[in-house]
Design a protein around this ligand. Structure first.
Ligand SMILES: Nc1ncnc2c1ncn2[C@@H]1O[C@H](COP(=O)(O)OP(=O)(O)OP(=O)(O)O)[C@@H](O)[C@H]1O
Ligand SMILES: [Mg+2]
Length: 317
């Protein structure tokens, strides 16, 4: 994400077309807005267009505008999003949903900045920075002929890939902190915080809906938590059962047999290390995760010759 931030800052200074890819809820729109706000166009319009939400037959006139009488019901001329965004940026969200005839028109705009409203005799020149996003694999769409190859290359002059949350789990605690702060600011009479155990469960979860799923989950949980602390018991079953499933181990006895004692030791050390990493070395909290007293944990760590200092477990695996 830090590399991504550097890339955004660098690309924002330029006018090149950017294609943002990533799963749903990873923050593609946020990246698009950042590209605009960090650009010299920041004081001009940022116009988002969701290509999937607008019916195909309307999208052309929405994007490029139309003349009076261009079609039934076009009682007056109307400017399109490209004209409105002149001097600023346009964000073509879900660009993979655009139909082929429109793809041709878009390509023309990208190539020479000429926009021709529906029913217009001639084109007008616009100065618009284009940022597009998709959660589809556009290379596959190109392969199966649903997306024009020339447009694809023209769009992704600079490709920006936003990674799924499960591939950057160290963001989970930071995002939780960010969202809780926001939620607490909105209702200062009952601020809530999250317990170490609940944090650990959220850290391990797969987040198929990415940051959006995390944001919505916290909104709900903050309401459900009666006290001031969000515990594991407040988390949805889908989230907690995921961690339980992941924890279930299925040891196999190889034909050569196994040294049970050292296998058990490995198992124990592995779980203790995980618990300590999750709690950033907090032995009290780690012991609770393992269902034992702090003194028992310390004794086990000594017996297994594990480093006692909390700092040894601060790296986030
Ligand atoms: N790094 C982040 N910090 C804070 N909030 C974030 C971050 N990334 C995403 N969000 C929030 O998560 C939500 C989803 O982000 P966004 O709408 O940008 O996702 P998206 O990739 O466009 O999703 P979709 O493909 O479903 O449209 C938004 O509310 C956004 O503000
Ligand atoms: Mg989006």
């Amino acid at each position: 994400m830090q590399r991504l931030a550097t890339l955004i800052r660098k690309v924002a200074e330029t006018d090149v077309t950017v294609l943002i890819t990533g799963e749903s809820g990873t923050g593609k729109e946020l990246v698009a807005r950042a590209l605009h706000l960090l650009s010299p166009r920041a004081d001009r319009q940022f116009i988002p267009v969701n290509c999937a939400a607008i019916p195909a037959e309307l999208l052309e006139s929405e994007l490029f505008g139309h003349e009076r009488g261009a079609f039934t019901g076009a009682v007056a001329a109307r400017a399109g999003m490209f004209q409105l965004a002149n001097g600023g940026s346009i964000f073509l969200d879900e660009v993979g949903e655009m139909n082929p005839p429109l793809q041709v028109k878009l390509l023309r705009v990208l190539q020479d900045g000429d926009v021709r409203p529906l029913g217009a005799e001639k084109a007008t020149r616009v100065d618009v920075r284009v940022v597009a996003a998709t959660n589809k694999d556009l290379t596959r769409e190109v392969e199966r002929g649903a997306f024009r190859e020339d447009l694809y290359y023209r769009l992704q002059v600079v490709p920006v890939a936003v990674p799924p949350l499960r591939e950057r789990r160290s963001d989970v605690p930071l995002l939780i902190e960010h969202f809780l702060e926001k939620l607490n600011r909105a209702r200062p009479e009952r601020p809530v915080r999250i317990s170490d155990e609940a944090l650990a469960v959220l850290f391990d979860y797969e987040w198929p809906g990415n940051v959006r799923e995390l944001e919505h989950l916290l909104e709900r949980v903050v309401i459900l938590a009666e006290g001031s602390v969000i515990g594991v018991e407040h988390l949805p079953a889908a989230v907690t059962s995921f961690t339980v499933r992941k924890k279930a181990v299925d040891p196999t006895l190889s034909p050569q047999g196994v040294d049970l004692r050292s296998a058990v030791a490995d198992f124990e050390v592995g779980l203790i290390e995980q618990a300590l990493r999750r709690t950033r070395g907090n032995k009290q909290a780690a012991a609770r995760l393992l269902g034992m007293k702090r003194t028992t944990l310390v004794a086990k760590m000594q017996r297994r010759e594990m480093p006692p200092e909390p700092i040894a477990y601060h790296s986030v695996a």
